[in-house]
Design a protein around this ligand. Structure first.
Ligand code: NAP
Length: 327
């Protein structure tokens, strides 16, 4: 098949390209060209998807049989894709659990029972929900929307797992959320999701799928232990109670990535993935994900940055020193 990846050069999209090439497809990426080139073997088409003329221009000589869309960030991007690609009958769209009106805090039940956003604002979740509707309406039954949970793995520029790996590798006393370590969490390896998206367009699959790991696949503490095993070193955990973390100004999810206060965590990680499991979304061993992410980790060699104005994850040094002094 001729598979067009809208995106394809950074993280999840990069793995989609690799998976599609490995399966013998003819692959093109469509990007502005600011984030580098796709994997060798894919053709690089260029343009800004916010510009209505760009996709038709780029696709004048290359008509896709299927699309995997990892890069819709604006309403214009969704409208332009719908206008240019509505004739394509297989379209896998990467959405987010944020498309649900009730998440966070959740919980998220079966896909068809949960309302998505229908507001006009340009927040992340409402834009994802709009894009699902806009593109889904023109593609029809072969429109697959993967409402992704926490995506991790090599090339993850959002750097949530990456920050923990770096911090734990440095060793010494490491602040961890006292109540949070026992909290079940779930995540999906970008390579598992990528392969499954390609599989989805091969099969002509449609519908909405909560695309994340099985609820309870690990705990935050289990993930941190795994980071310590993989990086080696002498890190010891310093559990700090939630009330103290919040009083000190520690921002959940940002300063201690993947940590949510107990009240939110209890439901936010409770996502029904029955459909994802039935449709074969894999969940590789956590250790493999962590080890491969660490093996890729660019360290000082290349900057890892956060996209879309998200604050860079991690505990500021002064805040960490303050918490450790008191513990
Ligand atoms: N990380 C998570 O935990 C998480 C959770 C839920 C959902 N998601 C979703 O998963 C997807 C992750 O994607 P990714 O960033 O890893 O994918 P990616 O496809 O590897 O990278 C993003 C691509 O978008 C291209 N792009 C950005 N703006 C563009 C524009 N205006 N016109 C054309 N191309 C543009 C970038 O290339 P250029 O810069 O060269 O244009 C880049 O190739 C996103 O849709 C995100 O919302 C992520």
């Amino acid at each position: 098949m001729q598979i067009l990846v809208l995106g394809g050069t950074q993280f999840l999209g990069r793995h989609v390209v690799t998976a599609a090439l490995e399966r013998g497809h003819d692959v093109a990426t469509f990007t502005r060209g600011t984030s580098g080139l796709p994997a060798p073997g894919a053709r690089a088409l260029h343009g800004d998807r916010d510009d209505p003329a760009a996709l038709p221009r780029a696709l004048a000589d290359w008509a896709p049989d299927a699309v995997v869309d990892t890069s819709a960030r604006t309403r214009a991007a969704a409208r332009n894709a719908a206008a240019a690609l509505g004739g394509v009958s297989r379209y896998a769209f990467v959405s987010s659990l944020n498309a649900y009106r009730g998440w966070p805090p959740g919980p998220v039940g079966p896909e068809d029972d949960e309302p998505t956003w229908d507001t006009e604002d340009d927040d992340y979740g409402p834009v994802k929900a709009f894009a699902e509707r806009e593109i889904g309406a023109v593609v029809g039954p072969g429109f697959l929307t993967a409402r992704a949970g926490l995506v991790v793995g090599p090339y993850d520029y959002v750097h949530r797992l990456g920050w923990w790996l770096e911090r734990i590798a440095r060793g010494g006393r490491v602040v961890v959320p006292a109540e949070g370590v026992a909290q079940p969490i779930a995540l999906v390896d970008a390579r598992d999701l990528a392969g499954w998206l390609v599989d989805g367009v091969e099969q002509g699959r449609g519908g909405a799928v909560n695309a994340t790991g099985p609820a309870g696949m690990t705990t935050l503490g289990g993930l941190l232990d795994c980071c310590r095993e993989v990086t080696g070193g002498d890190a010891t955990w310093v559990p700090v109670p939630e009330a103290e973390l919040l009083a000190a100004g520690v921002e959940p999810w940002i300063h201690l990535p993947m940590w949510l206060p107990a009240e939110t965590a209890r439901t936010a990680w409770d996502v029904d993935t029955t459909r994802a499991r039935a449709l074969g979304l894999p969940s590789r061993p956590l250790r493999e994900t962590v080890a491969d992410t660490w093996a890729w980790q660019p360290g000082d060699r290349r900057p890892v940055y956060s996209p879309m104005g998200l604050p860079r994850p991690g505990l500021p040094a002064e805040l960490e020193a303050d918490l450790l002094r008191r513990s």
